[in-house]
Ligand binder design. Sequence first.
Ligand code: SF4
Ligand code: MG
Length: 336
Amino acid sequence: MKSLLEVKNLRIDFKTYGGEVHAVRGVNFEVKRGETIGIVGESGCGKSVTAKAIMKLLASPPAQYKEGSITYNGIDLIEASEREMERIRGNEISMIFQDPMTSLNPTSKVGMQIMESVLKHNQMTRKKAYNLALDTLKLVGIPQPEKRMEQYPHEFSGGMRQRAMIAMALVCQPKLLIADEPTTALDVTIQAQILELMKDIQKQSETAIILITHDLGVVAEICDRVVVMYAGKVVESGTVLEIFQKPKHPYTKGLLKSVPRFDMDKSVPLAPIIGSPPDLFSPPKGCSFYPRCDYAMKICMEHDPDLEDVGDGQITACWLQHPMAKAMNVKKVINA
Ligand code: SF4
Ligand code: MG
């Protein structure tokens, strides 16, 4: 299947008074039509920056696209004009954020906001736009949609606001929906409902979803494939089954051991990953994970491993998976 979105060797820096932050340092992944991919990693690993880069929502300066490409449906988004991006944003690619109030205007009725987003991109009568907005509110499970159309965001509960924001993101039937921590601010039952809703959307439409989260439980629930990021880079990616059942990268293994899961042996205690991610002003020379890695070897401190195919499209960036691993002195663990 042809890719809908392809991110290749993306590098983004932020210029600050303290120097340059290398926030995204070579990110590669692709999204096919209708598939859901999860991007996971600790906060500050570059997930949200990558998402905003796709939407071209990073203010420049301070952000600088250093290298690489983002291709959507054959269009180079980094080179695209602001006019072209205005056509794409909301219409072809939509984004939902953790806090619905960042997308909803508190001074305008919810129905009007959804209608405006339709009318911005499509030639149609207000009556048609109204009906479409109403149908989308129904689709996202908002009860009494006629009444809700006339209300302001503050009259909605947190969960309902999140649904309204999803409605606004979906009303133009985008081909790609980017959801950045869409359930983090919600309580657990509402979280489950929103995930259920996203699963339904995925079933009913051809919309591809990029779900950004630090929550592996959410990923297991709805994603087809997973991209694991660490310190501004992709360190592993594969199908959900591959990542959960045979993770290859020590960081992915660490992430899986640090969160409770239903399928895990309850007698094995949870183990957080000791230490913290590197400072992205001056990331380490070799593998960024070596200061925290139980398997770190001498080579890891000096050379950063490339992503290698470890079978069936699962890829990982770790010297332990290098074809020459056996020939290298892999026994020399430095953090033991
Ligand atoms: Fe650990 Fe080395 Fe693999 Fe990095 S390359 S994850 S330090 S073993
Ligand atoms: Mg974030």
